[in-house]
Unconditional design. Structure first.
Ligand code: 4NP
Length: 181
């Protein structure tokens, strides 16, 4: 019945999972995580159930495309890493997003330090919490590194995004199939 489908669409819009990936500059790790998560969600036909974004702690690169090295390494794996950098805004981003995923402990300290309530602080999680195949406690900053550092960042980001999506599906925070087609 068409009404049921409309209802489901409305619920899906209301219950959209809103994920924000954070790193220091929003030109290497978080725009990569943003692109990886978007592709995983798209490949599983879950696009309509998610809103995915990324932001940086600093304002140095605002408006710039991601670092060309991350664009290249991402493209080699089939990701379009093309989000123009923006700065995290505590005043609106804590309200707008359900989960704020940070790449390292410095990110965690700074972002939780901007939370105004415990509820806001509780939205902040570490990418490393979702690793299933790596023992690292962070996604290290590849900015001052070389090719291997960018590849490692992508390996860790893929591991974390898979773990995060698995958790959302198993918690029933998103439907394991698309109800919109
Ligand atoms: P990201 O890497 O945090 O992964 O985007 C960095 C990019 C730029 C700078 C630091 C980290 N920076 O200092 O300009």
């Amino acid at each position: 019945h068409p009404t049921n489908k409309i209802e489901r669409n409305m619920n899906a819009t209301k219950d959209k999972k809103k994920l924000l990936f954070i790193c220091l500059g929003n030109i290497c790790r978080s725009p990569a995580a943003h692109a990886v998560m978007q592709k995983m969600v798209d490949d599983r036909h879950l696009t309509a159930q998610f809103e995915i974004d990324s932001a940086g702690i600093g304002d140095w690169h605002v408006g710039e495309l991601p670092d060309r090295r991350m664009r290249k390494h991402g493209e080699l794996r089939g990701y379009r890493v093309n989000h123009p950098a923006r700065q995290f805004k505590a005043a609106s981003d804590f309200d707008r997003f359900d989960r704020i995923i940070v790449m390292d402990e410095e990110n965690y300290r700074i972002i939780t330090g901007q939370a105004r309530t415990q509820k806001e602080a509780d939205k902040v999680v570490r990418m490393a919490d979702y690793f299933r195949h790596h023992a690292s406690a962070t996604v290290p900053d590849p900015y001052y590194g070389g090719d291997r550092d960018f590849e490692l960042a992508l390996d860790l980001i893929e591991d974390g995004c898979e773990g995060l999506l698995e958790e959302l599906v198993s918690n029933r925070e998103c439907e394991p199939f698309d109800t919109h087609h």
